[in-house]
Design a protein around this ligand. Structure first.
Ligand SMILES: Cc1cc2nc3c(=O)[nH]c(=O)nc-3n(C[C@H](O)[C@H](O)[C@H](O)COP(=O)(O)OP(=O)(O)OC[C@H]3O[C@@H](n4cnc5c(N)ncnc54)[C@H](O)[C@@H]3O)c2cc1C
Ligand code: FES
Length: 252
């Protein structure tokens, strides 16, 4: 898999939900993205603090720009949200395998919180091929909800919130069952507990994007390895972040 390092220019930073920001970056290195579901690894500062790059999913991209959505959870993302428009960020681009684009009759996209963004470009591409796309998004509360209108561009959207302040009270699996949503294949990204529950419910026909604490982000340090049914170890940053449902070991 080809990837690339580039100084991308920050075009915009927009607050879209509680502590959640959308950042648009531009630069020629963006053309090295080859599939929805790949990620970038951002060097937050020129100083040593924070030392490690921070991995972020890509919600949308074209030949020269990419969009990423991040939540402020610690030092790195706090610095990121306060970056100046027009300044640059050193990024490793086009990391990981990404989701497969398949000519299917119907799919469901299942996003959990900050796992929602990488499904957007995927859904757009599938819908443009004539695939019937349904989207189910789960968030903790109404104030955390984002991207609903964007997914409505190409799909029917269902929302679940844990506290019931928007959409259906409960989680994404509750919505799929309650609304009797049927599909040939599913694509999902979100908290590991949600992914494990989905694999248990639908073990045979889906793709799940996993997160792991990362060192290098390109396969050198083995820091992101996990066990799978198909090989002793897979590196989430190279052989993932997308794994097939049938190879995932629940709680593995
Ligand atoms: C492939 C991949 C794609 C990702 N895509 C996104 C994205 O699109 N949007 C987004 O907001 N975040 C995403 N993340 C998580 C993001 O990288 C972390 O939130 C970020 O590194 C936190 O940096 P920080 O310095 O602000 O927080 P830190 O100070 O490093 O940590 C703050 C808190 O966040 C937790 N945390 C840090 N990194 C991770 C991680 N990788 N997984 C789970 N918890 C973590 C820590 O345990 C701690 O509780 C992704 C992670 C991976 C591996
Ligand atoms: S983060 Fe280094 S091998 Fe994956």
């Amino acid at each position: 898999m080809k990837n690339y390092q580039d100084e991308l220019v920050i075009k915009s930073i927009t607050n879209i939900a509680k502590d959640v920001y959308e950042m648009v970056l531009v630069g020629p290195g963006v053309k090295y993205i080859s599939a929805p579901g790949q990620f970038i690894n951002m060097k937050i500062n020129n100083s040593l603090q924070p030392y490690l790059r921070r991995p972020m999913s890509i919600s949308d991209y074209d030949d020269n720009s990419l969009t990423t959505v991040f939540k402020v959870v610690g030092q790195g993302t706090e610095i990121l949200k306060n970056k100046e428009i027009g300044s640059t960020i050193d990024c490793l681009i086009g990391l990981g395998n990404g989701f497969s684009i398949q000519d299917l009759a119907s799919v469901v996209l299942i996003g959990g919180g900050l796992g929602t963004p990488p499904l957007y470009k995927l859904g757009k591409e599938l819908a443009s091929m004539g695939v019937k796309v349904t989207t189910v998004l789960g968030f903790a509360s109404k104030e955390d909800v984002f991207y609903v209108d964007k997914f409505k561009e190409f799909s029917k959207v269902y929302i679940a919130t844990n506290d019931g302040t928007m959409g259906q009270k409960g989680n994404v699996l509750d919505v799929i069952k309650h609304e009797n949503i049927t599909f040939d294949y599913y694509y999902t990204c979100g908290p590991e507990r949600m992914l494990d529950a989905l694999v248990e419910a639908y073990p045979d026909f889906g793709e799940l994007s996993f997160e792991a604490r990362m060192g290098c982000g390109f396969g050198a340090c083995m820091g992101c390895s996990c066990k799978t049914k198909t090989s002793p170890y897979k590196r989430i940053c190279v052989e993932g972040p997308v794994l097939l449902a049938k190879e995932v070991i629940v709680n593995g």
